[in-house]
Design a protein around this ligand. Structure first.
Ligand code: 9WO
Length: 242
């Protein structure tokens, strides 16, 4: 997959792309990326990329000409173009999986109060939100998207750890422990040091159900578990395993 990110501050993203796992994925040819400074496509001598809003209102808006020139240069008409915005479709693991199958992805990062609507109408295929809050920059949201997407590209992360991760299988992760077995008077659940793999798997599944029920019952909608969920947890608890 090739990821092109259009931004007024591409240097914010460079460190992220040069981080360990991403750098290894790039070295292995699984991912390639281009960081484009939108200001390079501004035509006036001051390289102006923003202007006041028609109809008035606070702040400035990103001008359409530099954006469309940068998008055309990036091949936007032959790619999936994602604009990260609070007003977009809510991003989640399934959406990340869908985007991970794209050969070419262009991410558009806004600044100021956003971008001219005509650019969205002409080029943007997906307006995506990472949550109901307004950030100081689109770059932060773009890094969240890239991090969630590139991990799902075959070969980037080993299959086993990916399979076990939160949201894979639609449940939150179980509690995890490592050495020492006794830390600050707190021990590790006996089942995890029992060596009984079936009991460990049952305990972990029960913990995933409990945590999902507590924090994200919405993830269980439509799983056919709603009615039986509590009974299932009770049954797992009675069968043993803490
Ligand atoms: C800001 C804004 C405020 C209220 C209602 C809608 C809004 N859209 C934007 C917007 O697109 N802002 C641009 C991108 C420019 C300013 C920084 N940007 C931004 C993106 N702030 N917050 C986000 C964002 C992106 C994805 N998910 C959540 C927030």
């Amino acid at each position: 997959m090739n990821i092109t990110i259009l931004s007024l501050f591409p240097e914010i993203l460079r460190g992220f792309f040069e981080s360990s796992i991403m750098a290894r994925a790039v070295e292995r040819g699984l991912v390639s990326y281009t960081l484009t400074d939108i200001r390079d496509y501004a035509t006036d001598k001051h390289r102006k990329c923003d202007d006041e809003l028609f109809g008035g209102g606070p702040g400035m808006l990103m001008k359409p000409e530099p954006l469309s020139a940068a998008l055309e240069a990036a091949g936007a008409r032959q790619a999936r173009v994602v604009y990260v915005s609070p007003g977009g479709r809510l991003f989640n693991q399934a959406y990340a999986g869908e985007l991970a199958h794209e050969e070419r992805l262009i991410l558009l990062c806004g600044r100021y109060e956003g971008i001219d609507q005509r650019v969205i109408d002409t080029y943007v295929t997906d307006e995506v939100s990472i949550g109901d809050y307004v950030l100081s920059s689109g770059e932060v949201a773009a890094m969240v998207l890239v991090d969630a997407i590139y991990r799902l590209i075959p070969g980037v992360i080993t299959g086993e750890s990916l399979e076990e991760e939160s949201f894979e299988g639609g449940l939150l992760e179980y509690p995890q422990y490592t050495r020492p077995a006794l830390y600050d008077s707190m021990t590790v659940p006996d089942v995890l040091v029992s060596g009984h793999h079936a009991n460990i798997a049952r305990w972990r599944f029960k913990k995933r159900l409990e945590k999902t029920l507590l924090y994200r019952p919405d993830l269980l909608q439509g799983k056919g578990l709603e009615g039986d969920l509590r009974a299932l947890i009770k049954e797992l608890t009675e069968q043993g395993g803490e």
